[in-house]
Design a protein. Structure first.
Ligand SMILES: CC(=O)[C@@H](O)[C@H](O)COP(=O)(O)O
Ligand SMILES: NCC(=O)COP(=O)(O)O
Length: 237
């Protein structure tokens, strides 16, 4: 079984569009857990355009499943993670003005930086994951940072699957095999959807967790959040 962690950034986007508390991010997170999801993911960005730092603090008291906080480990992000003590922190090399995450780490040139940050989180009992492209050199580099897991950056898979090219999953299969051999846990995320998740899951050995936000919330507009969460859970069995 692969765990589903639902990214609720888009719920915060909707809330922020009007001010106030509708939809209520905390209630939605609790409901998603009640619907069966095994985790909640947030990715606060420095401009707090969707999830706010205060949301992370509030969610800490609400989330009873796995709590995963993603972001670029700038000093204020590191402080937030150490304050909120999530189950897992996922480090992502976001540019400050990125619309969304658009690259994995260069684990070779950032090895010393990543080693330091990862050691800090692990000393505090927080599981670590780092966002990487399906590039074998980057997977080898990830293993040298001491991280517990990697998160495979799946946008290229999603694009190739949508274009009808099933070969696009191959580099991810090879990356997962190597990561497992190097004793890294394997997560994945970005642009995964009801359309493409099953083929991905069936082709990625040892896939422990996927984090899914944008597509899942869009699909819920038509199908309802509870239905959609359960549709993913069925595909991830
Ligand atoms: C790392 C990753 O792929 C996701 O966290 C994604 O970037 C969500 O962030 P946005 O909701 O800001 O697009
Ligand atoms: N780590 C990926 C994530 O949390 C969600 O990404 P997306 O489904 O919003 O593309």
């Amino acid at each position: 079984m692969t765990k589903l962690s639902v990214n609720i950034n888009k719920i915060a986007t909707l809330r922020n569009s009007r001010g106030g508390q509708v939809p209520n991010v905390l209630k939605v997170a609790s409901d998603i857990e009640a619907f069966g999801a095994q985790g909640i993911t947030i990715h606060p960005r420095p401009d707090e355009r969707h999830i706010r730092y205060q949301d992370a603090r509030d969610l800490k008291n609400i989330v009873t499943t796995e709590f995963n906080i993603e972001g670029n480990p700038i000093p204020k992000f590191i402080d937030l993670v150490l304050e909120t003590m999530p189950t897992q922190v996922t480090l992502v090399p976001d540019a400050i003005d990125a619309v969304t995450s658009n690259a994995g780490w260069d684990t070779v040139s950032n090895k010393d930086f990543l080693k330091d940050v990862i050691a800090t989180f692990k000393q505090n009992g927080i599981r670590t994951s780092i966002f990487v492209d399906p590039d074998l050199k980057m997977i080898e580099g990830a293993a040298l940072t001491g991280t517990d897991r990697i998160e495979l950056y799946t946008e290229s898979y999603a694009d190739s699957y949508a274009a009808g090219n099933l070969e696009g999953v191959k580099s991810f299969t090879e990356a997962a095999k190597l990561a497992h051999h190097l004793e890294l846990g394997i997560n994945a995320g970005h642009d995964l959807s009801l359309d493409n998740i099953e083929y991905f899951k069936n082709n990625i050995p040892h896939l422990e967790e996927v984090s899914i936000g944008h597509a899942l919330i869009c699909e819920s507009l038509y199908l309802g959040l509870e239905n959609v969460v359960n549709m993913y859970l069925n595909k991830l069995k």
